[in-house]
Design a protein around this ligand. Sequence first.
Ligand code: CA
Length: 226
Amino acid sequence: MSHVLIIEDESAIADTLIYAFNEMSIQATHMLLGGDALIELHKNHYDFVLLDVGLPDISGFDVCKKIRETSQIPILFLTARNHEIDRIVGLEIGADDYVTKPFSPREVVARVKAILRRIENYSSQANPAKNIFQFVVDELANRIQYQGQFLDLTRYEFLLLKTLISQPHRVFSRRLLMDIVWASAENTLERTVDAHIKTLRAKLRGIHAETEVIVTHRGMGYSLNA
Ligand code: CA
């Protein structure tokens, strides 16, 4: 049974989520403070984190960064503010998705299940490492080597790059990349793709500054030209 940690200072919100998770046979534990939750995550095994951005002790963004130092556990942000910037920041620092309050607990549960399913699908594709041009995709370890060096990628950067590598020279539209990489494409902004492509390019340039392997096709999308 999956076990979700809900980090949320409003107990009423947490309670509705716990109820919705339990209905779907998913175990849920609730913590009110970010600091306590970080300790709890080290003590017990969890499969998923729901993280409120506005916590009283530490901001949800900082909790996310701390978790990402040691763990790739999926994180979904609960954001009260309807600011695009919060969502993009959340995704850039390694969250998997976000929902804006007020939300339907059932929708949150559906998102969590979709993300867990996607992770399961990716990890069950037990292909040996594939060497495409100067890239080596290690499916089992969710890692990609570029010119002999492992890239330090967030989950989304990994999925984006893996998608581009899967069909070199094919132009992927932003919409298609969102559909492939993000669980709930209709709620994800195309600029989110751009933001991740940008950080991905910087990492690739860190290894080989002269080569631009990801090409922008104006108004269309991106492709890998290896
Ligand atoms: Ca809050």
